[in-house]
Design a protein around this ligand. Structure first.
Ligand code: FE2
Length: 396
């Protein structure tokens, strides 16, 4: 008899999904508070008529809107501290909510500011970061967050962490607390239609990497396994369509859901080798996160192939309900997925070698050292520092 190991499952308390449902933004925000502290990240969206309509929705619901910050790149320590200070000047408290709308950077900035506004007490977010902080922890509930992703990829709308860039030494570290999961997530796939093709590709590959890493991680559990399989069925054969046909509604809907599922999966089950290395590639070589994940994904799947094989075989009944998968023998599913990922990377014009995304050979030891951390420790196959360096050399 199947007996799952004990697990915890953290998910946002309300998820609202559907094409065009951004019209409900005001009502949803009003269910969390009366004053909206707005953090956004999409310059294209801000310039659009759509933006005016969104703000009007909030105002029609009787909400006061305070614009706090815009995230143009992954938030730095300074970005979080500055935005937190702006919020502190507004005396935040009951009745306030943070509305984070944009790509993963805006959502991460919003979640971090919501947490720091109620916890920092004048201290820098640096003190709270994993690995480099002073051990300070999020003791009080953050301001409630309403997360509205405008890209399909990071899954930040469902996660308990915010990734923060740190200078000197260059690294990316998480502010993490179970209290940081957004209260409400509004998933309107129509908001992702205007995302440029290159960003559709890289954020989509981030989601696919998260789904595949969470599936085989050491902390995998039945609920996230089911979400990972559902997300892979939605995304693996679809991302190329969203890339080439940005208006394709089914493709945008599929990717939006797959990204959300990947966020729930990673926040509960963790990630692996590709994300461990991607953090270092981002911090040291400034390679965008999704692209770094995509370059590392085929090799990561090959390193973990025996676990992937067993996992997909055991979950084959979930895959066999789908016409695209039902004729593949359970023993061949892992190879099929690896081939599908490699084909997809080629179709999306994602380079297969580290040198082709701007990595210098001399940077490889620093990248290997910088890859150690939370994600890498979840990888089902342990790699020694020497094995990791050799793998990076091979991929260079
Ligand atoms: Fe990611």
């Amino acid at each position: 008899m199947f007996m799952p190991a004990p697990f915890d499952l953290l998910i946002p308390r309300r998820v609202v999904y559907g094409w065009g449902r951004r019209e409900e933004l005001g009502t949803l925000a009003a269910s969390l508070g009366r004053r909206v502290l707005l953090i956004d990240g999409s310059r294209t969206l801000r310039r659009s008529l759509e933006w005016t309509a969104l703000i009007e929705t909030l105002e029609k619901s009787g909400l006061k809107v305070e614009s706090v910050a815009s995230a143009s790149a992954e938030p730095s320590i300074q970005d979080v501290d500055e935005a937190t200070e702006i919020v502190r000047q507004l005396s935040p408290g009951p009745g306030d909510l943070v509305l984070a709308i944009g790509g993963g950077s805006a959502l991460d900035l919003g979640k971090a500011v919501a947490a720091m506004a109620m916890n920092g007490n004048g201290r820098s977010v640096r003190e709270f970061l994993e690995g480099i902080g002073t051990g300070a922890v999020i003791e009080h509930d953050p301001l409630p967050v309403l997360a509205v992703p405008t890209t399909a990829g990071t899954g930040s709308e469902a996660t308990k962490n915010a990734v923060i860039s740190c200078p000197d030494p260059a690294c990316k570290k998480s502010l993490r607390s179970e209290r940081m999961v957004p209260a409400i997530v509004l998933l309107d796939p129509e908001l992702t239609v205007s995302v440029p093709a290159a960003q559709t590709a890289s954020s989509g590959m981030d989601a696919i990497t998260q789904l595949l890493e969470s599936l085989v991680t050491r902390k995998a559990q039945p609920a996230t396994d089911a979400l990972c399989i559902a997300g892979l069925k939605l995304s693996l054969g679809t991302l190329n369509t969203a890339y080439h046909h940005p208006d394709d509604r089914v493709a945008r809907e599929s990717m939006c859901l797959a990204a959300f599922y990947s966020g729930v999966a990673l926040t509960n089950s963790g990630l692996g080798l590709a994300h461990g290395v991607a953090a270092a590639l981002g911090a040291i070589c400034e390679i965008p996160h999704g692209l770094a994940c995509a370059v590392m994904l085929p090799a990561t799947l090959k390193v973990n192939v025996s676990v992937l094989k067993d996992k997909l075989k055991s979950l084959s009944p979930l895959l066999s309900t789908d016409p695209g998968w039902k004729d593949i023998p359970p023993d061949a599913l892992a190879e099929h997925v690896i081939e599908a990922v490699e084909t997809l990377c080629r179709e999306l014009q994602i380079p297969s070698r580290l040198r082709d995304v701007g990595v210098l050979q001399s940077q490889l030891p620093q990248i290997a050292a910088g890859s150690q951390g939370n994600s890498l420790s979840g990888n089902p196959v342990t790699l020694s520092p020497g094995q990791l360096t050799a793998l990076l050399e091979e991929l260079w």
